[in-house]
Design a protein around this ligand. Structure first.
Ligand SMILES: *Cc1c(COP(=O)(O)O)cnc(C)c1O
Length: 458
């Protein structure tokens, strides 16, 4: 459309009321949650940007499809709808449905993981890393250096560094690198895309060494839209064709259908290798369910089949990427440091830069996330030293970056909601020098950001 207004390509059909809490109520809620935003009751949150995972609005057609769900234990037509929709975009021979992305990871790494193995990625997502480390294998991030610099304007900051990858394979030995993962878009690195040129380079390395390449493809549609916008070769391509081109470069994939497939739940594992699929299906039956439903109900499979067709609509993707950029650009224009360029599903505030008076081990990201909730009831997510600082050997180190992610649920909030978020962020940034550091008073063995307790350092 030849207008500048960000046009939501839908109108609202069913509304969910939001409760407007007061600062006093929010301070009480924070204390009760021991300053862990994952422990808040969602009804005490006004704008919930904790994650874009499973929080999107389903369409009228998805809700209608739910009524078509066939709950037969084996061979349901809902399974066929789902499988065909997946293979239309990702033509892998075997599609293995799971209840969400981490279940696909758990199965994949029960085959590919194990002590003595080393698994590279541009940046491992937290559940991916945890599932790899749980098997005793080592998860290593090899994103390009530009991807670690929050202000670098490289158009594909999610790229996996081919030189680092070659060195990694040489160092550990090809036989100890069972798999190369590539996360599109690079969620933990700022929602930054991976270029097709990079995927081709990584594919060449994978073929030359005989190491399979798997996509962690949660945000495949957003990644494909960035390729269309930023890689000249693809400027006229249909997004669905770009996605098929991406899939053709890989041996398999893991997926969280709670992201770009526009579902509230779901995931899958897909691959071409028959023997591997057989082993994975055996694990699936142990932990998820029969191979034609995995961890899902027939109705979920139906909703995802429809979601996959909506996710590749150009009108939808243009709106999606533009509205995320609008939030990021507005914050940047008011002097708030954000990861540049703006990613696909989220805006990442650079808490380390905004709170220079705090050292990384005082968790500037946690401090900023808490302040945004207290000031305006906005729930973001620390992506930094709380999430990544604890090493497998028990020591604690600063993460590469200390960010607060404001993830945008798909088709859920309007532009006035986003304008409110901008206002709250500006207010907090104006007094950022007064925000306290935090310490952890209790933490679990793994994935500590979900359940740790915190207290402010006075
Ligand atoms: C969400 C996500 C996962 C895990 O998926 P779940 O459905 O949350 O289990 C894995 N990788 C990436 C990149 C993700 O964003």
């Amino acid at each position: 459309m030849p207008f500048n207004t960000i046009f939501e390509p839908f109108r609202i059909h069913s509304v969910e009321p939001l409760k407007l809490t007061t600062p006093i109520e929010r301070r009480q809620a924070l204390a009760a949650a021991e300053f862990n935003l994952f422990s808040l009751r969602s009804r005490d949150v006004i704008i919930d940007l904790l994650t874009d995972s499973g929080t999107g609005a389903m369409s009228r057609d998805q809700w209608a499809a739910i009524q078509h769900g066939d709950e037969s234990y084996a061979g349901s037509p809902s399974w066929e709808m789902f499988r065909d929709a997946v293979q239309n975009l990702f033509p892998f021979k075997h599609v293995i449905p799971t209840h969400q992305g981490r279940a696909a990871e758990k199965i994949l790494f029960s085959v590919f993981g194990g002590a003595g193995n080393f698994i590279p990625n541009n940046t491992h997502f937290d559940t991916t890393r945890a599932n790899i480390e749980f098997t005793g294998a080592v998860a290593t991030d090899l994103v390009i250096d530009e991807g670690l610099d929050p202000q670098n304007l490289h158009p594909f900051k999610g790229n996996l560094d081919p030189i680092k990858l070659e060195a990694f394979i040489t160092k550990h030995g090809r036989e100890n690198v069972p798999l190369i993962m590539l996360t599109v878009t690079n969620n933990s690195g700022g929602g930054q895309p991976v270029s097709m040129a990079n995927m081709r380079e990584i594919r060449e390395i994978s073929l030359r060494h005989g190491i399979p390449l798997y996509l962690d493809a949660c945000r495949f549609a957003e990644n494909a839209w960035f390729i269309r916008e930023r890689e000249v070769e693809f400027a006229d391509w249909d997004v669905a064709d770009i996605i098929r081109e991406m899939a053709a470069l890989a041996d398999g994939m893991t997926m969280s259908a709670k992201k770009d497939p526009l579902g509230n739940i779901g995931g899958w594992l897909a691959m071409n290798d028959d023997d591997l699929a057989e082993r994975c299906r055996t694990m699936l039956v142990l932990t998820e369910g029969f191979p034609t439903y995995g961890g899902l109900a027939g109705r979920d499979l139906e909703a995802l089949a429809v979601g996959l067709t909506e996710a590749v609509s150009h009108d939808y993707l243009r709106y999606r990427i533009r509205s995320t950029a609008y939030l990021g650009e507005s914050l940047a224009a008011s002097g708030i440091p954000v990861v540049q360029p703006i990613g696909g599903h989220a805006v990442y505030l650079d808490a380390r830069a905004l709170l220079p008076h705090l050292s990384p081990l005082q968790y500037p990201g946690q401090s900023l996330a808490i302040a945004l909730y207290e000031a305006g009831g906005i729930r973001g997510c620390e992506i930094g030293t709380v999430m990544f600082g604890r090493q497998p050997d028990g020591t604690e180190v600063a993460a590469a970056m200390d960010l607060v992610r404001l993830a945008i649920p798909r088709r859920t909030y309007t532009q006035s909601h986003i304008d409110y978020v901008i206002e709250v962020c500006q207010q907090v940034a104006d007094r950022s020098g007064a925000l306290p550091g935090y310490r952890i008073t209790r933490e679990p063995k793994a994935l500590r950001h979900f359940t740790s307790a915190f207290e402010p350092i006075s």
